[in-house]
Design a binder for this molecule. Structure first.
Ligand SMILES: NC(=O)C1=CN([C@@H]2O[C@H](COP(=O)(O)OP(=O)(O)OC[C@H]3O[C@@H](n4cnc5c(N)ncnc54)[C@H](OP(=O)(O)O)[C@@H]3O)[C@@H](O)[C@H]2O)C=CC1
Ligand SMILES: O=C(O)C(=O)CO
Length: 310
């Protein structure tokens, strides 16, 4: 078996090649940054593949996304049809996202940005906020990450809501389903967390119309994909006060260009796509396990649905 690996940075790709080679004895693991024999490649392991690379492998059995999302694979305009896509999910990734969401929800809940501003002004400004059960938080997307994040927030005592495409039943979380229940989900929501996959249905979902349905002065945390957000609508909603604060981990263009106004906006916290980053250690083991299972059985537990988009 030959596994061809691609990440935009050649150095990082090499790091994954070495990790996977150690975990897949007897297999060949190569970098797509090097010259390779396209006919030998049976598996592609990719993050943001270059258009046409995967189409150049005539014997491809499956494509592995180095990540939970598969939008970056589906973005390849020449993606070979019908080749299964395996995503990478696991408990370390879920744990990391739980931590990120808890950190930023608590930060907004306790109004830390205002508290830090007071400290900078040597101002003994005691901010009293509602207790968590009186704070409505909502999580969009109740998959591996969203469900875990919502249950973490419920465990902290928040009045927690979740929204997904199909009906869910999660302990401590009020679940809303589909477009029909979206307005009820958003109504009165004070802190909104986005953990949806990027699809044709969800692109641009964080827009002026949605912001207007939240509680006035709500906070928004986007830790899914940059194109979920209409950037100009967020800036306008911050200007009007409808949105008080935002935490953004993902962006239309990554790395976020130095001249992007988000960097210096007083009400925006920027993190560089680190909410739940996969490392070659944990991720490598998950990917190697999926590749071995797929090779032996023709399937594995983490198959994505390309037609659905996630
Ligand atoms: N910033 C970071 O570091 C990371 C970001 N991510 C992002 O997080 C996203 C979510 O990951 P994960 O939890 O594993 O995804 P899953 O595929 O497990 O879950 C997706 C959830 O979104 C729901 N959903 C999809 N489309 C719609 C829609 N149109 N309306 C309502 N709900 C919808 C699904 O509903 P249903 O259950 O009914 O199908 C499901 O509950 C990834 O796609 C990726 O973009 C992932 C990892 C790290
Ligand atoms: O797993 C994903 O989809 C990611 O965005 C990893 O950073």
């Amino acid at each position: 078996m030959t596994v061809a690996v691609y990440l935009p940075l050649a150095e990082k790709t090499q790091w994954w090649v070495e990790m996977l080679q150690g975990l897949l004895p007897g297999w060949d693991v190569v970098s797509m940054h090097d010259e390779i024999d396209p006919g030998a490649v049976t598996y592609g392991v990719v993050w943001r593949p270059r258009t046409g690379d995967l189409a150049g492998f005539p014997n491809l059995k499956a494509i592995v996304s180095i990540g939970a999302g598969i939008d970056h694979v589906l973005a390849d305009a020449e993606l070979p049809e019908g080749v299964p896509i395996i995503r990478t999910v696991g408990k370390d990734l879920t744990q990391r996202m739980r931590e990120y969401v808890a950190l930023h929800v608590l930060r907004h809940h306790r109004d830390m940005p205002r508290q830090l501003q007071a400290q900078a002004e040597s101002d003994w400004h005691a901010i009293v906020v509602p207790v968590a059960p009186n704070r409505v938080v909502g999580v969009m997307g109740l998959g591996n990450l969203g469900a875990a994040a919502a249950q973490t927030l419920a465990g902290l005592g928040f009045d927690t809501r979740g929204w997904s495409k199909s009906a869910k039943d999660l302990d401590g979380v009020s679940c809303f389903t589909g477009t029909g229940e979206m307005d009820a989900f958003l109504d009165g929501c004070e802190i909104l967390v986005n953990l949806l996959p990027l699809t044709d249905q969800t692109r641009g979902i964080l827009n002026a119309d949605l912001f207007a349905k939240l509680a006035p002065g709500a906070c928004v945390i986007n830790c899914a994909r940059g194109p979920h957000l209409v950037d100009a609508d967020l800036l306008a909603a911050l200007e009007s006060g409808q949105i008080k604060q935002a935490t953004l981990d993902v962006f239309h263009q990554e790395p976020l260009p130095a001249d992007n106004p988000f960097w210096s906006h007083p009400s925006i916290t920027v993190t560089p796509h680190v909410a739940s980053q996969i490392d070659a250690g944990t991720g490598g083991r998950l990917i190697a396990a999926n590749l071995k299972a797929f090779e032996e059985t023709g399937t594995c537990g983490d198959l994505a649905d390309a037609a659905r988009g996630y």
